[in-house]
Design a protein around this ligand. Structure first.
Ligand SMILES: CC(C)(COP(=O)(O)OP(=O)(O)OC[C@H]1O[C@@H](n2cnc3c(N)ncnc32)[C@H](O)[C@@H]1OP(=O)(O)O)[C@@H](O)C(=O)NCCC(=O)NCCS
Length: 179
């Protein structure tokens, strides 16, 4: 995957040595509130996630995922990744997380725009999908600001292991020719 330099951050392939910084990102209960994983209690958990979620993708010949680095100090402050590839439909989804001190500065919107470009130009994907649960309004703003189109709501489409209930899932798409 190409390393990408944006205004405030650099996207480079996630490395095993990012486990300490990833722990700092993922130990925050608010940051991980809407995510299926976390909050991390130990660095072993962030290490395990890098190994078994991100690096396992190599065996399927899928990209590991990007670490988002603060350009001022090269600290890893989040991740953005492709997941749920559908080879038949030539689609994939994007997922992301950013450390709380960096929220609301437009960073993830820039990252999603860049990632979408990577999907189309580098991976040859036809259609990128992003989803969020109804309650995640910040993620919705990111998706819309990045130019995605709303498709549908899957009512009660996701059982959240943290809330122990079903949540409505909002689904968005962007097609290659729209770029
Ligand atoms: C979602 C997340 C990635 C957003 O990253 P970010 O860099 O702060 O996003 P941006 O700054 O590009 O845009 C955030 C937008 O959401 C808005 N926003 C933030 N909190 C909000 C809220 N509770 N309700 C409504 N809008 C909200 C901001 O005002 C901003 O919109 P604006 O530019 O129109 O003012 C970040 O909050 C995060 O990592 N959250 C935890 C992990 C997560 O939810 N991942 C996505 C799972 S689908």
């Amino acid at each position: 995957m190409p390393t990408i330099e944006l205004d405030r951050v650099i996207l480079r392939t996630l490395l095993k040595k990012d486990a300490n910084d990833f722990f700092e990102v993922g130990k925050d209960p608010l940051t991980t509130e809407f995510l299926t994983w976390g909050p991390f209690k130990t660095i072993k958990e962030s290490r395990t996630m890098i190994k078994f979620t991100y690096f396992r993708r190599l065996a399927r010949q899928e990209p590991i995922g990007y670490a988002i680095l603060d350009k001022t100090n090269l600290k890893m402050i989040g991740t953005i990744e492709f997941h749920t590839f559908n080879q038949k439909l030539n689609t994939c989804e994007i997922g992301y997380v950013l450390a709380r001190p960096y929220w609301n500065q437009g960073i993830m919107t820039d990252c999603v725009k860049a990632m979408t470009e990577v999907a189309f130009t580098h991976l040859g994907i036809d259609r990128v999908i992003i989803k969020h649960i109804r309650e995640n309004m910040a993620s919705q703003r990111v998706i819309l600001k990045a130019g995605y189109d709303f498709i549908e709501i899957t009512n009660q489409g996701f059982f959240h292991p943290k809330t122990h209930r079903f949540h409505d899932v909002y689904v968005y798409e962007k097609w290659r020719q729209q770029q």
